[in-house]
Structure formats: structure tokens, C-alpha cells
Design a protein. Structure first.
Length: 225
């Protein structure tokens, strides 16, 4: 599950990002409306958390543009208490739900779950590539009759690799989307986790391999099958 957070209060954006990553979501953050719109237009997200008062382009403009362009990703508006009118306008513009700041972690997560369930995107669609499937509920990777449990980071990395199947995922992508900030030590962790994942794929006798590409990143390869 990929979530886009569009929020200009850096502290809040980072806090939300940290909460979501802890729950196994893959998170991108945009700190202004225009950047948020560019990200959202890719249609890569399962859910968008959208602040209303944003620099460069406000949340309602972003939302209106997305809906006109037929990007139907569920949108949860984040509103300040004083913005009651905006809330109503937001729902009219095609928002799926709203949350008034300040909100609790539990409430945020419940709203996200409810929204993605409603849209049927859900958590129940297990990512697949060739002969492997990720079981989102159990945190396992399955191949035929065999399965093996993945650690949280391994799972997120595999999910990212599958979502980008056929493309190179760079170390920077992994660090940015899974660890959240770039620290040199995280880059080494990527290699370590890739080696864990390779061992687990072998253990499952999967035809899928994680190939190193041009020493900048990794991509899935399904062999001939
Ligand atoms: Ca704001």
C-alpha cells in the first residue's frame, strides 16, 4: 500500500510519515500543493492525505484537478478546526473523508483503513510477481506450497520491488521510502536486506531473482517462466 502525504508543516508531515511506515505503508511526502499534485497524478497511490492550506496550490485546487483528470485515488482531507466551510467544499470536490487536526494516530489509521476498504483497493489484494505472492496479512512470501515469513523491512522492500517490476529500484528509493531519511548506514542496510531476501527466494525455490543493475539498484527477474 502506497500513501501520499501532502502537508506543508514539516514536523507533522514527518510524524505522519513515521506512523504510516511503522504500519508497513510505503510513504511519499510532498510539502506543497504543486508537488503533491505532480506525485498524485502518477496514480501510483492507494490513498492520499491532503492538507487544505498549502503553499503554491491549495488542497482543494489539487483535489479538483485530480478529479477532473479522473484520478480517483481516495483522498482524506486534513483540515484545521477553523476550516469548516472548506471541509464541505472538499467533500463536494470529491474528497472521500476528512480528519480535523489535531487527530490521534488511531483515528488516522482507522480512517485510512476504512477508505481503502471502501474503494476495494485494500489490503486484501496481495502483490504478485511470477511464482511469488506477498501475503499482506501474514507478512509472508509464498511460492507454491511453501512460504516464509519476512521481517518488516524485507517485506516493504519486496513490496516495492514488485510494484516496480521490470524497473530498477535504486538504493536511494529504498532508503527514502522505507527508512525515511538518508543516513549512510541505511545504504548498507539495503544490501544486507537484499541478501536476506535472495536467500529466502532460494529457500522457496522461486524462479524469481533479485538482480543487481548497473551497481545502482535492483530489479526483479523472473527467468524464463
Ligand atoms: Ca497547512
Amino acid at each position: 500500500m502506497r500513501i501520499l502525504v501532502v502537508e506543508d508543516e514539516m514536523g507533522l508531515a514527518d510524524a505522519i510519515g513515521a506512523i504510516l511506515k511503522k504500519e508497513k505503508y510505503i510513504v511519499d511526502i510532498a510539502n506543497d500543493g504543486k508537488t503533491g499534485l505532480e506525485y498524485a497524478m502518477t496514480g501510483e497511490y492507494d490513498c492520499i492525505l491532503l492538507d487544505i492550506m498549502l503553499p503554491r496550490m491549495n488542497g482543494l485546487e489539487v483535489l479538483t484537478y485530480l478529479r477532473v483528470q479522473e484520478v480517483e485515488t481516495p483522498v482524506l482531507l486534513l483540515t484545521a478546526k477553523s476550516e469548516t466551510d472548506d471541509k464541505i467544499k472538499g467533500l463536494d470536490c470529491g474528497a472521500d473523508d476528512y480528519l480535523t487536526k489535531p487527530f490521534s494516530t488511531g483515528e488516522l489509521l482507522a480512517r485510512i483503513r476504512a477508505m481503502t476498504r471502501r474503494k476495494g483497493i485494500s489490503v486484501d489484494i496481495n502483490p504478485k510477481y511470477k511464482d511469488i505472492t506477498l501475503d499482506l496479512k501474514k507478512g509472508e512470501i509464498i511460492c507454491g506450497a511453501n512460504s516464509v515469513v519476512l521481517g518488516r523491512k524485507e517485506f516493504q522492500m519486496m513490496e516495492l520491488l514488485i510494484s516496480k517490476a521490470g524497473q530498477i529500484v535504486t538504493k536511494e528509493d529504498f532508503v527514502k521510502k522505507i527508512w525515511g531519511d538518508s543516513d549512510d548506514s541505511e545504504y548498507n542496510n539495503v544490501e544486507v536486506y537484499i541478501s536476506f531476501l535472495r536467500k529466502k527466494l532460494q529457500l522457496l525455490h522461486s524462479c524469481v531473482q533479485i538482480k543487481t543493475r548497473r551497481s545502482i539498484g535492483y530489479c526483479l527477474d523472473g527467468g524464463n517462466s
